[in-house]
Design a binder for this molecule. Structure first.
Ligand code: HEC
Length: 249
């Protein structure tokens, strides 16, 4: 009896250890409802990119991998969220559909992935398992392109807060998406060649996340000074990480 329970205890420890969940509580990173809005926007972009074979070929050379990777990361955040965002129960299926689109070798395969994404986002779970490795959701280079695009929008917004409420809300969501993408960089340490430097990479990713979370809150509160302070601190983390790990030799 004791033997059996010890064995099952060991097995469950192994199972938990092999699932690298996000390093922080998702609700402390970004509001679940905002992540759903941003994931829905990515689903729309993917639908547009897969609306014809020609558009697919065009997108494949451009934003397709990036949109699929960001959707996968947002879905993983939605499913790990301690809140109850819309389609949380089917978020693992959205994630796997997005990963399938990113890996597709043909238009047909990509469309199959999209069908899975759409069915899941409409609430039909197909039984994908919740566990996923955050470092396998998107490619770091593609994630960085998205990071750079959204960071550029924030740079304009900290010069002058957007006047319209909807634009301000979008800016706050841009910061929230950046905070989630920081969870991907935290786990994707393949660029760190020396193990002893891993804590530094992860600290820079954590700073990037925390400051982007703070920026989102400040934008929502129309707090320009707070948003600028957080934006500058986040960008210090970008620059220090690039200096140490990207622009080396
Ligand atoms: C923890 C480390 C780290 C942080 C934080 C980080 N980056 Fe990066 N970034 C990298 C690495 C490594 C690469 C090279 C990736 C590659 O080419 O595969 C990169 C690449 C880039 C690129 C080039 C992408 C391309 O291939 O076109 C841009 C632009 C970029 N980062 C912008 C940013 C911005 C803006 C921030 C902060 C808002 C940021 N990064 C935060 C590590 C980081």
């Amino acid at each position: 009896m004791l033997r059996v329970s010890l064995l099952s205890l060991c097995l469950s420890v192994v199972a938990v250890a092999s699932f690298a969940a996000a390093p922080v509580k998702i609700k402390d990173v970004a509001p679940g409802a905002d992540l759903v809005l941003e994931a829905d926007a990515k689903i729309k972009a993917l639908e547009e990119a897969l609306s014809s074979a020609d558009k697919y070929q065009e997108a494949k050379a451009g934003p397709l991998g990036r949109d699929a990777g960001v959707l996968a990361a947002l879905s993983q955040a939605i499913l790990e969220s301690e809140e109850k965002p819309a389609w949380k129960a089917a978020a693992a299926d959205v994630r796997d559909g997005a990963i399938a689109i990113g890996n597709a070798k043909s238009f047909e395969d990509a469309k199959k992935g999209l069908d899975g994404v759409k069915a899941a986002a409409a609430g039909t779970a197909a039984g994908a398992k919740p566990e996923a490795e955050w470092n396998k959701l998107g490619k770091l280079g593609a994630v960085m392109k998205e990071v750079n695009a959204r960071n550029g929008k924030l740079r304009r917004a900290v010069r002058k807060l957007p006047e319209k409420d909807e634009e301000l809300a979008q800016t706050a969501r841009d910061a929230s998406v950046l905070a989630v993408l920081a969870l991907v960089t935290h786990e994707d340490t393949h660029e760190v060649k020396n193990d002893a430097d891993k804590p530094l990479w992860q600290q820079q990713s954590k700073d990037f996340q925390k400051e982007m979370t703070a920026a989102a809150t400040a934008f929502k509160a129309k707090d320009l000074a707070g948003a600028k302070k957080a934006f500058d601190a986040a960008n210090k983390a970008c620059n220090e990480c690039h200096k140490k790990f990207r622009d080396k030799e």
